[in-house]
Design a protein around this ligand. Structure first.
Ligand SMILES: Cc1cc2nc3c(=O)[nH]c(=O)nc-3n(C[C@H](O)[C@H](O)[C@H](O)COP(=O)(O)OP(=O)(O)OC[C@H]3O[C@@H](n4cnc5c(N)ncnc54)[C@H](O)[C@@H]3O)c2cc1C
Length: 474
């Protein structure tokens, strides 16, 4: 059966170069969607390959020189590699993983692989290194370079402008969603991959990643070894699918009532896997919709977060560009109110180091920060509190923004995501509305410890994190 082609509005050709005649393969550079299934970019690479009677080679790299490169992020990414390699092998695609361990190691593998390729397909992603690569590499690569949106369920390109909030993007997503909620139709690869399509000197540079080799591979890298791997998350497509299964069987039925109760563990914990593309949002959405229908459960709240909120974040990042890390991009009312309250005395003042070490006066805040230190995520409900208090206890709004971004860069496995920047800026009023005027916050929404205590089981959460901290730092 012929596969349904990837829809044209997911695909952006980013240069005008011509395909290489007599090429050996089509190259898919998996920058963000590091998976072999439910991947529109891989499907598009397969379409081009089949049309030209060529195999597909998937390239995944991991360098040592991105901001805050450390053992935690490296371990999680490397844990995903054996799954991708095995699943790609099973469909007849090639897989080339390269770990750039030091600043003097080769830094041109993409170009060397591209030198034999018909064309390059990569991920359309509006943040972090992928966004930079997609602006600089196409001009230098010499063959067609296409970016495919495999992150969003409704393609990013269908939103012509930046949305002001969930209320503006929601109707648009609802209109488009039914047609987008279909599994990715992956064409069967006609030409299977053979390693002898690459010269031996290039093959010799390929890094073989097995689960048992990961600690020594990480140790061999010139990165920050003081940030230990997450005590909670193991990377990879298999681990992601396991999380999804647990969510469906145990948590989905509790989600609408308990997702704002951190100690109840009713959320999916999928954000690190979604960030590194170990699982696709579309796969999750369809599994949740189908399971909910079959078991007569409500899935609306979860799908609102996974689709509307997440895709609002992608829409923001797409139009904000590099300004995602700046308060200048905020709506005027936010900037006005912050200007008015810039000199308000702060009730407590902490340095970035005190925040990082979780040594504030507030045990709930410290527990949320410890959750980040230990696990690499913070439960979504307390994450809002975490951000709001950093604003309240920092000398300036800019200091608060820097602290939040820095802590995400270093510790968050789901950091550097469109969701990171959008939600951090949400703490400063993005996608929100003006609230009653008060010190420091002005009209920005305020969150209090008493509110957290009233609405959530603060004591249970603190006890859980304290026990986990004791177990892992003993
Ligand atoms: C200050 C602050 C920083 C944040 N930083 C990040 C971040 O770095 N990376 C990140 O993925 N999320 C971030 N969030 C949003 C949210 O907290 C996380 O997405 C969520 O807690 C992840 O846990 P989960 O996978 O169990 O979520 P679930 O409740 O199971 O939701 C499923 C998925 O929906 C999406 N989602 C959930 N809540 C939101 C939201 N508010 N906005 C957009 N998408 C959402 C995520 O992809 C999530 O994995 C941040 C929120 C705040 C307030």
């Amino acid at each position: 059966m012929v596969a349904v082609p990837v829809s044209a509005d997911r695909i952006r050709c980013l240069n005008t170069a011509l395909p290489r005649p007599k090429a050996a393969y089509v190259l898919y550079w998996a920058q963000m969607n590091r998976r072999a299934t439910w991947n529109y970019a891989l499907a598009h690479a397969a379409e081009i390959a089949n049309a030209n009677d060529l195999p597909v080679l998937v390239y995944e790299g991991l360098t040592c020189d991105y901001k805050a490169a450390n053992d935690r992020t490296h371990t999680f990414i490397l844990e995903g590699v054996p799954d991708s390699a095995a699943e790609l092998r099973a469909i007849g695609a090639g897989h080339f993983f390269y770990l750039r361990t030091g600043h003097l190691s080769s830094n041109d593998i993409l170009y060397r692989l591209a030198a034999r390729a018909h064309s390059v397909v990569s991920d359309d992603y509006p943040a972090f290194i992928a966004a930079q690569h997609n602006t600089t590499v196409p001009e230098r690569i010499g063959i067609p370079y296409t970016a495919v949106d495999s992150s969003c369920i409704v393609p990013m390109s269908r939103h012509e402008k930046r949305n002001y909030g969930a209320y503006t993007i929601r109707p648009k997503i609802r209109r488009e969603l039914a047609a987008c909620m279909e599994p990715v139709d992956m064409p069967s690869l006609v030409r299977k991959w053979r390693d002898n399509l690459l010269p031996p000197d290039l093959i010799a540079l390929r890094t073989n990643v097995t689960p048992s080799a990961i600690p020594s591979l990480v140790a061999s890298c010139d990165i920050d070894h003081s940030i230990k791997p997450s005590v909670e998350y193991t990377g990879g497509a298999k681990a992601a699918r396991k999380r999804l299964e647990i969510f469906l069987k145990d948590r989905l039925r509790r989600y609408s009532k308990e997702s704002s109760q951190p100690s109840k563990h009713a959320t999916s914990n999928l954000s690190p896997y979604l960030h590194f593309g170990h699982i696709s949002a579309l796969q999750v959405a369809l599994a949740v919709r189908d399971y909910a229908e079959e078991h007569k459960l409500m899935a609306e709240e979860f799908l609102e977060e996974l689709i509307v909120r997440r895709e609002l974040a992608f829409n923001f990042a797409q139009f904000a560009g590099e300004a995602v890390e700046s308060l200048d991009i905020l709506p005027d009312w936010c900037k006005r109110t912050m200007k008015k309250h810039a000199a308000d005395p702060r009730p407590y003042l902490y340095t970035p180091e005190q925040f990082e070490a979780a040594t504030t006066h507030d045990e709930l805040w410290n527990a949320a920060q410890r959750e980040l230190l230990l696990r690499g995520t913070i439960h979504g409900y307390y994450r809002m509190y975490w951000g709001k208090k950093i604003i309240e206890w920092s000398p300036t709004y800019e200091d608060a923004l820097r602290t939040m971004i820095r802590l995400h860069d270093i510790y968050a496995l789901d950091g550097r995501d469109p969701n990171t920047y959008t939600n951090i800026l949400w703490c400063f009023g993005l996608h929100d509305r003006p609230w009653g005027e008060r010190p420091v916050f002005g009209q920005l929404r305020y969150m209090s410890f008493d509110g957290m205590k009233r609405k959530t089981d603060v004591a249970a959460y603190i006890a859980e994190i304290t026990a986990s901290n004791a177990a892992h730092t003993a």
